[in-house]
Design a protein around this ligand. Structure first.
Ligand SMILES: [Mg+2]
Length: 276
């Protein structure tokens, strides 16, 4: 079975999560904590609900003959009899969903032949509020709403970056590391769904994605394929390659990503000046 054959399954999962989660976003029930996820974050009721949908669809897929191993944010790893990894972040941007802020997504991916970023064959992200869908197939391109994505690279005048999207856990240190970039940013955002942020980086709306402190790589695996297939570039915050970063729940990476090689190189230069 090719990785692309997972696409209809992912769409069915996304459709059911989209029908279930947004009506509950921002309600008292949405804010209820129900435990600690395998990924280390607190699980809220909405995470659990979305993951139950993923598991139900994958059990059906298993019964229809597919063999794979699920890695999902809350439950961890579950063996369905095969080596292909199916990665699921059933609700990315949980905190936004909990608070009723309309920017959250479902993120799904398939790897073949290993557990590194470079082994991802299919990446799928759906904005659960708007229904906007991004996906990519390794070697076959990136798609928005099932149409080939032909992004317009963000404008760059050689000295200022139009829009920087910043991700970091709380704390001053990652902000200090990103400060030289902020100083050259026309706008700075911290939107709250790492997967959607990378899709918008792939589409050119976000000129630079900046993640100076280590974050879970698992959430980034599918979205990074979308960026790469759209023609974008991603490295760690120091400019090092990330292809061999593990997609498993315990792995971490920093990130610097853009559709524009010029903007990415410029950001690296700004950070390096600061380091030296
Ligand atoms: Mg999540």
């Amino acid at each position: 079975m090719t990785s692309q054959a997972w696409l209809p399954i992912f769409r069915a999962i996304a459709a059911e999560i989209r029908a279930t989660i947004p009506p509950l976003a921002g309600t008292p029930a949405a804010r209820e904590e129900v435990g600690l996820g395998a990924g280390g974050d607190r699980t809220i009721y909405l995470d659990r609900l979305a993951e139950d949908i993923v598991v139900r669809h994958l059990e059906l897929a298993y019964r229809s003959g597919l063999r794979f191993r699920l890695i999902s944010e809350e439950l961890g790893e579950r063996d369905f009899g095969g080596d292909t990894l199916v990665l699921a972040d059933p609700l990315d941007g949980s905190f936004n969903a909990k608070m009723g802020l309309p920017y959250f997504s479902v993120v799904l991916a398939v790897t073949q032949g290993g557990d590194r970023f470079s082994d991802v064959r299919l990446g799928y992200v759906q904005n659960l509020v708007t229904g906007d869908e991004y996906h990519a197939v390794a070697g076959a391109g990136a798609f928005h709403q099932d149409e080939p994505l032909h992004p317009v690279p963000p404008a760059f005048d050689g000295k200022s970056i139009p829009l920087v999207q910043f991700d970091a856990p709380s704390g001053v240190e990652p902000r200090e590391r990103a400060a030289p970039i902020f100083a050259r940013a026309e706008k700075v955002r911290q939107l709250g769904s790492a997967a959607l942020n990378l899709c918008h980086t792939a589409a050119g709306g976000i000129a630079l994605q900046v993640t100076p402190g280590p974050v879970r790589s698992f959430d980034l695996a599918g979205p990074l394929l979308i960026l790469r297939e759209a023609g974008g570039i991603a490295t760690d915050f120091g400019g090092g390659p990330i292809d061999s970063v593990s997609v498993r729940l315990d792995a971490r990476t920093t990130l610097l990503a853009s559709l524009s090689r010029q903007i990415h190189a410029y950001a690296l230069e700004l950070v390096r000046v600061r380091v030296s």
